[in-house]
Design a protein around this ligand. Structure first.
Ligand code: PEP
Length: 250
C-alpha cells in the first residue's frame, strides 16, 4: 500500500503573516501521519513556515530550485538553500515554469539530479496541454517528459521521486480530469516508470494528481488505484479546504 501524499502549492500567494497563519491552521488539523502532507510556500516565507510547523508532521517544500550549488544565478535558490530553510521537498517542472517560463527538459533534468543528490525529495510535474490531449498525444507527451526529465538518475535519486500528473488544461481552470482520464494517465506513468526504473520502483512510486482538486472532487480522484495523492494549488490557500482534501485521502 502506498501512503497518500497531499501537497499544497501556494504559488505566488500569501503575505508573511497570512503564510504563518495558513501554516498554523494546517498544522492544527494534521495530528497524525496517516497521510503525508507538505506545503510549498513562496521562497521568502520558507523559514517562517518551517518554524510554524516545528513539531508538526507537515513538511515544507520549495516551489523550484536551480541545479547549481551556488553561483551567479540572480533570483535563484540552490537545493542546499532549500534544505537549510527547512525543506524536505521541491517541486520541479511545474507547468507554470515549464510552459510559462520555457524551462527545458534538459534544465529540469539537471534540477532533478541536483535536488535529489542534495537530499531533497522531488515532486516532478508532467502533463499535457489541451491541444495535445485533443490531438491524442497525451501518452507521447508523458513518455517524452519522463524520459528526458528523469534520464540518468541513480537508484538513490529514483527513490526520492514523486511524480505529479498535472494536465495543463486543468491547472487553475476549474476543469478537472475525469476519473477515467486521471486513472489512465497515472497507470501509463507507472508502466512507463517501470520500463525506465524497474517494477519495484514503479510499485512504490507515489503519483499525485494535480489540476483543480477541491474538497468536492478529491475523494473520487483519490480512490483511484493509481492516484496516490494530490498536488493542490488554489484549494491549498485555506486551511479548511486543504484539510478537507487531506481527510478525503484517508
Ligand atoms: C498546481 O498549482 O499545481 C495546481 C494544480 O493548481 P490548482 O489546484 O489551482 O489547479
Amino acid at each position: 500500500m502506498r501512503k497518500k501524499f497531499i501537497a499544497g502549492n501556494w504559488k505566488m500567494y500569501t503575505t508573511a503573516s497570512t503564510a504563518k497563519s495558513l501554516a498554523e491552521g494546517v498544522a492544527k488539523g494534521i495530528t497524525d501521519n496517516a497521510v503525508t502532507v507538505a506545503v510549498c510556500p513562496p521562497f521568502p516565507w520558507l523559514s517562517i513556515v518551517a518554524d510554524a510547523l516545528q513539531g508538526s508532521p507537515v513538511a515544507v517544500g520549495g516551489q523550484n530550485c536551480h541545479y547549481a550549488a551556488e553561483g551567479a544565478y540572480t533570483g535563484d535558490v540552490s537545493p542546499q538553500m532549500l534544505l537549510d530553510a527547512g525543506c524536505k521537498y521541491v517541486i520541479v517542472g511545474h507547468s507554470e515554469r515549464r510552459h510559462g517560463l520555457n524551462e527545458s527538459d534538459l534544465f529540469l533534468n539537471r534540477k532533478v539530479k541536483a535536488a535529489t543528490s542534495a537530499g531533497l525529495s522531488v515532486i516532478f510535474c508532467v502533463g499535457e496541454l489541451l491541444a495535445e490531449r485533443e490531438g491524442k498525444q497525451t501518452e507521447d507527451v508523458l513518455d517524452y517528459q519522463l524520459a528526458s526529465g528523469l534520464t540518468g538518475l541513480s537508484k538513490e535519486a529514483v527513490s526520492k521521486l514523486v511524480i505529479a500528473y498535472e494536465p495543463v488544461w486543468a491547472i487553475g481552470t476549474g476543469k478537472v480530469a475525469t476519473p477515467d482520464q486521471a486513472q489512465e494517465a497515472h497507470a501509463f506513468i507507472r508502466k512507463r516508470f517501470a520500463a525506465q526504473f524497474g517494477d519495484a520502483a514503479a510499485h512504490t512510486l507515489v503519483i499525485q494528481y494535480g489540476g483543480s482538486v477541491k474538497p468536492d472532487n478529491a475523494r473520487e480522484l483519490l480512490k483511484l488505484p493509481d492516484v496516490d495523492g494530490a498536488l493542490v494549488g488554489g484549494a491549498s490557500l485555506k486551511p479548511d479546504s486543504f484539510l478537507a482534501i487531506v481527510r478525503a485521502a484517508v
